[in-house]
Write a protein that binds this ligand. Structure first.
Ligand SMILES: [Zn+2]
Ligand SMILES: [Zn+2]
Length: 184
């Protein structure tokens, strides 16, 4: 996951590579908690362009994951695809450095820059962050997932458990009684 900046020619540098999730400590942790299991290696396509002292990386990640639906609690498989842009800077550009007396000083992070030293850029940490951010927080097996019955816990995607029907009947019966009593 290293890019040597001298390899980035005028037309840019395009590379593709695959990484195992175990290569990334945070992803390995996530896999252990079974929150998200990677079914395929992480496939990255990146294009690096040099802009003066900066290197702009346009990337795409593709993989396949298994998640647990936050409504019905069933596991499901889902493709994970995300596009991202990273900007690496060898040092802070003058514009960001210019603070003057009591002016606003932008840190590299605030300016959206990732600082690197030397002739190589290690993409690992930033790529890990992109993968983590692309994992949905409240995954749904389907937008239309009906979830679980709050009474009996049945998965409502498998059909109606009958609870809602019967609670409706009880309420309806009670209402009918009330009206009948009022008439008297
Ligand atoms: Zn679901
Ligand atoms: Zn039920």
């Amino acid at each position: 996951m290293l890019i040597c900046i001298d390899d980035i020619k005028d037309q840019g540098l395009s590379i593709e590579f695959e990484e195992k999730p175990e290569e990334f400590p945070i992803l390995e942790d996530i896999t252990h908690t079974a929150e998200c299991v990677f079914h395929l290696p992480l496939k990255f396509k990146v294009r690096a362009i040099r802009i003066k002292e900066m290197v702009k990386i346009e990337g795409r990640l593709e993989t396949k994951i298994r998640l647990t639906c936050s409504r019905c609690l069933e596991p499901f498989e889902s493709p994970l695809v995300t596009n991202f842009v990273l900007t690496y800077a060898q040092e802070l550009p003058e514009t960001a450095k210019m603070s003057g007396g009591g002016g606003i000083e932008l840190s590299a992070e605030e300016a959206g820059l990732i600082i690197f030293a030397g002739r190589e850029i290690d993409l690992k940490e930033a790529l890990q962050e992109q993968v983590v951010m692309s994992i949905p927080m409240r995954p749904l097996c389907a937008e239309t997932c009906k979830g679980l019955c709050s009474r009996c816990g049945a998965n409502l995607n498998d059909g109606d458990c009958g609870c809602r029907q019967s609670s409706f009947n009880i309420k309806f019966a009670a209402l009918k009684d009330l009206k009948l009593n009022q008439k008297e």
